[in-house]
Design a protein around this ligand. Structure first.
Ligand SMILES: [Zn+2]
Length: 439
């Protein structure tokens, strides 16, 4: 396990002024410090109430030519270059304040943002960084020939091949992404466009701020730009820059190796989505636990700190108490608002038996987690034996859920006898087996 890395924000505010690519208007962008776990948020200073937009994949709106995020009716376009710089330069928490709907395009690279970040300086915060460590490969492919694969790797590494139409300008670039590599080798790589792609946009007047000062235009075999190419493989490097920016929408840092073939914002965003999904799955299996001492009960907030389940899959409202080391009782109020009553069964609502088993498993896992001495292990619900459903459970019933540990074989397996009780009568019961695995 690597040493704990701390979250960082900016030491002070800093900004820059430039031209917005799409509107051609002047825009001022400022980067501001933000507290622990804040993440990156964009703030529209030009709108009433100055709304903020969280830079997360759930807010992704469009990926055509640039990455656009939004909340409600508010949008921020072309967020990938500033996000790339913040992420790669090690800024976890910041506010990106702008007086327009997109950042200044600068020279089409991320170098101007790196300058602003260095001007502001970064500051360590007293909380550890969150990481997504790749366990199983993730693979995304698009119809137009883009491909990204994410493989396990102890470092954050990107290898990218880029090829234009008819394989013109085929390039390859690979690097471990660190702040110094980013600043020197990736941030200066500029946006490039194919003449055949931008000509219709220019005709529609959609890129008013576009010029050879902020993009390289590729026309046939010719490269048109204000200055010569900064790197022989500048296009592949810019693709890497874009990948880092789009993956910043994951919200946690990624430790893994991305292999990208002709990537674009579309597949990058899909990869970000897949990572978030996978991360949620893993996080659900390894929640931190903190038990108040003694045999007292747990309220709903404490239950939710221990169990990863949420409505409608959280089947325990509170824990009434523990008895010694082996017994635990939970409570669940069954209301007509439970979503399953809509389909199980209309006109004659009864609580599904499998959900009672789930309720037993949740109470039993709370008991097992309280018992487990080591926080590095988690219990998985393995099987259920001798399950019997004795009486129907109706809306309005209060379910008392009992779990009693009857066997803890080796320290890998545990068995709990569980029952659900309504009005002093057992409505369902069963023996549930759990296994412990190291996280
Ligand atoms: Zn770009």
């Amino acid at each position: 396990m690597a040493a704990t890395e701390l979250q960082h924000t900016l030491a002070k505010s800093a900004g820059l002024t430039g031209t917005a690519l799409h509107t051609g208007e002047k825009v001022t962008l400022r980067l501001l410090p933000a507290p622990i776990d804040h993440g990156i948020k964009f703030k529209r200073k030009d709108l009433a109430d100055e709304p903020t937009i969280d830079a997360n994949i759930g807010n992704l709106k469009t990926v055509e030519r640039a990455t656009t995020i939004g909340e409600g009716a508010v949008r921020v376009h072309t967020v990938e270059h500033v996000l790339s710089a913040l992420s790669a330069m090690g800024v976890d928490n910041a506010i990106v304040e702008m007086d327009a709907n997109e950042p200044p395009i600068g020279d089409g690279s991320a170098a101007p943002y790196v300058e602003v970040i260095k001007k502001a300086g970064t500051l360590a915060q007293e909380a550890s960084r969150r990481f997504f460590d790749v366990r199983d490969p993730i693979h995304i492919e698009s119809k137009n020939g883009s491909l990204v694969v994410l493989l396990p790797d102890p470092k954050f590494r990107i290898s990218c091949t880029q090829a234009g139409p008819n394989n013109r300008f085929t390039q390859f670039y690979s690097a471990e992404i660190t702040p110094s590599v980013f600043e020197r080798e990736i941030a200066p790589a500029r946006t490039f466009v194919y003449y055949e792609d931008v000509q219709p946009l220019m005709e529609k007047n959609l890129i008013k701020g576009g010029s050879l000062e902020n993009a390289i235009v590729v026309r046939g075999e010719a490269v048109l730009s204000k200055e010569p190419l900064r790197f022989a493989d500048e296009f592949a490097r810019h693709k890497v820059l874009d990948i880092i920016g789009d993956l910043a929408l994951v919200g946690t840092r990624v430790r893994g190796h991305i292999i990208a073939v002709r990537p674009g914002h579309g597949v990058n965003a899909e990869l970000a989505r897949a990572i978030v999904k996978e991360h949620a799955k893993i996080a659900a299996l390894s929640v931190p636990r903190s038990f108040p001492p003694g045999e007292g009960g747990l309220d709903i907030a404490q239950v939710m700190e221990i169990l990863p389940h949420r409505f409608p899959f959280l089947m325990v409202d509170r824990i009434l108490g523990f008895e010694g080391e082996t017994k635990c009782t939970g409570l669940k109020t069954v209301t007509i608002n439970e979503p399953y009553f809509e389909g199980h069964f209309p006109g004659h609502p009864v609580m599904p038996g499998v959900l009672q088993v789930e309720a037993m498993a949740q109470v039993a896992s709370i008991l097992l987690m309280k018992l487990a001495k080591s926080a590095s292990r988690i219990g998985y619900f393995m099987s259920a034996d001798e399950v019997k459903f004795r009486k129907p459970v109706f809306p309005g019933d209060t379910l008392f859920i009992h779990a009693e540990l009857i066997k803890a074989r080796s320290n890998r397996l545990a068995k709990a006898h569980c029952s659900c009780v309504v009005n002093d009568a057992v409505v369902s019961e069963g023996d549930l087996m759990f296994t412990f695995l190291d996280k």
